[in-house]
Unconditional design. Structure first.
Length: 319
């Protein structure tokens, strides 16, 4: 079965297994952007600014202690719960980091609950948001949240759950049913950052780092050209020759190569992409290396961090 046919069948029938990497990218929001690239989650994570921003935001929030209270009260529960050790395959930090990454990128965090014989939740297993559909259903005694979770396993089979089995955190949500996916909402901005990254890589790969050309009015054989290049390099390379004067002979002239304005503008657009990603993920620009417009140090940076915790981190983790 071709990818096109499998894609068409998967859209019509979500039970069709998505075994192709291209199809997985499509499901993960990897449709082509106006920039002509696939803004899939894997490709977006290849952007250094996005990777670092996600690692900082998810890491900071995953490292914070979780306080558990008795339902309907402010009484702390002191004994360890499933939140302290969600499952045997992941350390608590790793589990909550995964949950926060999914929440930041896709607007939703999902985990499958495993219960013991007394119906007490003893394990939590994270589920990637691209494998979950949420539908609104009638509120009943057994389903007080009115949500039906349709989860597709790795074999493509669908399973139906309620909030009794699924731990769901929709982060910013317009209807309370599902959260807003940043991967979808900002796919064009992320696609632009990917295009700038790819174009800059091609720019440097095609000789953008050549500093200049030695041009001679005489016809030089390869041996003579190599000797002239080696002589020039020996005279100008290294800190000992910084600012030195070089005498050229044999009608030789050095012509420096400058970056064309349009190429310089391309490189500056990558810096814009860093600021844009900082806004999307919700971190301070200087946290991911954008210090170009930052003039605050010392107490100024401390105030920015305090403001970041109070306005970004704390509201999302306080219920």
């Amino acid at each position: 079965m071709t990818i096109a046919r499998a894609l068409a069948r998967s859209v019509e029938s979500p039970s069709v297994p998505l075994s192709s990497a291209n199809l997985a990218d499509w499901v993960a929001g990897g449709r082509r952007t106006k920039a002509g690239n696939l803004a899939s989650e894997q490709r977006v994570l290849g952007l250094p600014a996005y990777y670092r921003a996600m690692a900082i935001r998810a890491g900071v929030e995953a490292a914070l202690p979780l306080k558990v209270y008795r339902r309907g009260t402010r009484e702390r529960i002191r004994q360890r719960t499933v939140l302290d050790s969600p499952n045997p395959s992941q350390k608590p930090f790793q589990f909550w980091q995964t949950m926060r990454m999914n929440g930041i990128a896709h607007g939703n965090s999902y985990a499958l609950k495993k219960r013991n014989g007394a119906d007490v939740v003893v394990q939590l297993w994270s589920v990637h948001p691209t494998r979950v559909r949420v539908e609104a259903v009638n509120i009943t005694g057994s389903n007080p949240e009115g949500k039906l979770f349709i989860v597709r396993d790795r074999a493509g089979h669908e399973h139906r759950f309620t909030s009794w089995d699924i731990f769901h955190v929709p982060w910013m949500s317009p209807d309370g049913l599902e959260g807003v996916s940043a991967m979808q909402a900002f796919r064009e901005s992320l696609g632009t950052a990917i295009a700038a990254d790819d174009t800059a890589a091609s720019f440097f790969a095609n000789g953008a780092r050549i500093s200049g050309v030695l041009q001679s009015k005489r016809n030089l054989r390869k041996e003579s050209a190599d000797a002239l290049k080696a002589r020039w390099r020996s005279r100008v390379s290294g800190p000992d020759h910084a600012g030195d004067i070089v005498v050229l002979d044999n009608d030789t002239e050095f012509k420096p190569i400058a970056i064309p304005p349009q190429d310089a503008q391309l490189l500056s657009s990558r810096q814009w992409g860093v600021s844009e990603i900082a806004r999307i993920v919700g971190v301070l620009p200087h946290m991911i290396g954008d210090t170009e417009r930052s003039t605050s140090w010392g107490s100024g940076i401390e105030s920015q961090f305090i403001g970041w915790v109070q306005t970004v981190v704390s509201p999302e983790l306080t219920t």
